[in-house]
Design a protein around this ligand. Structure first.
Ligand SMILES: Nc1ncnc2c1ncn2[C@@H]1O[C@H](COP(=O)(O)OP(=O)(O)O)[C@@H](O)[C@H]1O
Ligand SMILES: [Mg+2]
Length: 503
């Protein structure tokens, strides 16, 4: 689904596109239509899943500049007030609507001036209540939103919140968003909202089993070459490599480009215009590899991505799911490959258990180009090597008591072994099994049973209470534990290996 499917008014749609939003997140997909439909909604989803836009967009769709303050958003902290106001600003500036922030510790006068010109007010409870009690403001918003409700509870603001709501009896719609849903918050929702619809989005689960997932255990210094060999072995038509930092994306993109792959980097700090240009070119198949950060790839909806590579293991299980979900779209098959260092195996285990998905251990394809390829490479290397005085001196010393042909043969072989015939990269299955045994009990038995397969014992149970979300959100478990394990894939997609100069 695309944001265009919501048919927002054109100025709003324009701002959404400008912000780089393409695909609505699950909480947005579920709640936006209900809010547009005039319903009171309680939305529960993890941090970072786009809850702000889930209420900001339908609100902006439904209020106009002429209405005065059309929405009041209550947030627990000053930082959140700023963040939420920034998100509103992104979408509303093109509509000519202003957002005012209201929190303690700053002058009343300026805040009151801002409120007078605003369409949206984002406030912390203390200062808002203060202004209301002192009758400094008199607002009649259509929308009231309680954001990060669980935090409100933690910070002891619920009584203030209840009192605030008594000042807004004429509101038309009330919305509540929270990462978790303690009983107190549920109760509060029942008293403040009219027949609320509860929407709960669990961690996105891998419902998509047409994505084959592999991991490879390598040492830290082997990452670049391991990545290169994976790329070479599958020769991806259209792939995304995920990195953790923008620095890493830039460096890796340059490295892969230098190896002859059409590559572009995509990260959050790029100008919006540049990002869009890159994404368009990627869609048009101008790049075989897009090296991206999680942030940059958020909402990236490209249908025909054949491979997703994880250069680093992601910090969060959710990011993992999000990353690999960039492939296998629109019923296509997808392949996801991840590099993991021995150090990161614990992380891998945690992620597997969180998402309940299975990753198969693979081996980095070894380089064994044809004899002719290797000869050609060696020939090129020798031919292009310049000579100098010190080279001649070394040769003189070497040929003092050995004939020239023997010396030359030995040197050529040495060169071939050290430079042309690449050494093996990555840990063997036995080594990985040992490492896995070291880190955990359940993994040990699993990995022994299926000898080369590492899978989570079970996913976290997390069936959704809301039937709407059942399919999307149920976490899949590794159910086929008793089955014969599939053969481990050593090199996916055959090995198209090209010998190449390695200096
Ligand atoms: N559909 C989307 N596409 C791209 N980015 C999004 C989308 N929805 C939200 N974001 C971005 O994700 C980040 C986190 O969103 P936020 O609303 O703060 O999450 P939450 O309130 O759920 O913790 C923000 O930077 C926001 O701009
Ligand atoms: Mg939030």
């Amino acid at each position: 689904m695309h944001f265009k499917d919501f048919t927002f008014k054109s100025r709003l749609a324009y701002s959404i596109a400008r912000a780089g939003f393409e695909e609505p997140s699950p909480i947005q997909q579920e709640t936006i239509p209900l809010i547009l439909d005039g319903k009171d909604v309680v939305g529960q989803a993890h941090t970072g899943t786009g809850k702000t836009a889930a209420f900001a967009l339908p609100i902006l769709q439904n209020i106009t500049k002429r209405d005065g303050v059309g929405a009041v958003i209550i947030v627990p902290t000053r930082e959140l007030a700023t963040q939420v106001a920034d998100e509103f600003y992104k979408f509303s500036r093109n509509l000519g609507m202003k957002t005012a922030t209201v929190y303690g510790g700053t002058s009343y006068k300026r805040q009151l001036e801002h409120i007078a010109n605003a369409s949206v007010v984002v406030a912390t409870p203390g200062r808002l209540l203060d202004l209301l009690d002192k009758q400094k403001i008199n607002l009649t918003p259509k929308f009231m939103v309680l954001d990060e409700a669980d935090e409100m509870l933690n910070m002891g603001f619920l009584e203030d919140v209840r009192r605030i709501f008594t000042y807004f009896p004429d509101r038309q719609q009330t919305l509540m968003f929270s990462a978790t849903m303690p009983e107190e918050i549920k109760d509060l929702a029942q008293t403040l909202l009219k027949k609320p619809t509860f929407i709960r989005v669990e961690k996105e689960a891998i419902t998509n089993n047409n994505i084959k997932q592999f991991y490879y255990v390598v040492d830290e210094h082997e990452r670049d070459n391991a990545m290169l060999r994976l790329v070479e072995s599958v020769n991806p038509k259209k792939s995304i490599v995920f990195c953790r930092t923008k620095r890493e994306t830039a460096r890796l993109a340059e490295f892969l480009e230098g190896q002859g792959y059409t590559t572009a980097a995509l990260h959050g700090d790029m100008e919006q215009w540049d990002r869009q240009k890159t994404m368009k070119a990627f869609r048009r198949n101008e790049y075989a590899i897009l090296v991206a950060t999680d942030v940059a790839a958020r909402g990236l909806d490209v249908r025909d991505v054949t491979h997703v590579f994880n250069y680093h293991i992601p910090f969060e299980a959710e990011s993992y799911v999000h990353r690999i979900g960039r492939t296998g779209r629109a019923k296509n098959d997808g392949i996801a490959m991840m590099l993991v260092t021995p150090h990161e195996l614990r992380e891998l285990k945690r992620i597997q258990q969180d998402v309940g998905s299975e990753l198969t251990l693979g081996a980095i394809p070894q380089k064994n180009g044809t004899v002719e390829d290797r000869m050609k490479t060696l020939f090129d290397m020798v031919k292009s090597q310049r000579t100098n005085k010190s080279g001649e001196m070394i040769l003189d010393a070497l040929t003092e008591d050995t004939d020239m042909k023997t010396v030359a043969t030995k040197l050529v072989l040495l060169l071939e072994q050290t430079l042309v015939h690449d050494s093996a990269i990555g840990k063997s299955f036995d080594e990985v099994n040992k490492l896995l045994n070291d880190i955990g009990d359940d993994v040990e038995s699993e990995s022994k049973k299926s000898s080369r397969k590492y899978k989570a014992k079970s996913g976290k149970s997390s069936s959704s209470k809301n039937p709407r979300n059942k399919n999307r959100n149920s976490v899949r478990r590794g159910t086929n534990r008793g089955e014969v394990p599939e053969p481990t894939v050593k090199s996916v997609g055959g090995s198209r290996i090209v010998a190449r100069k390695l200096y």
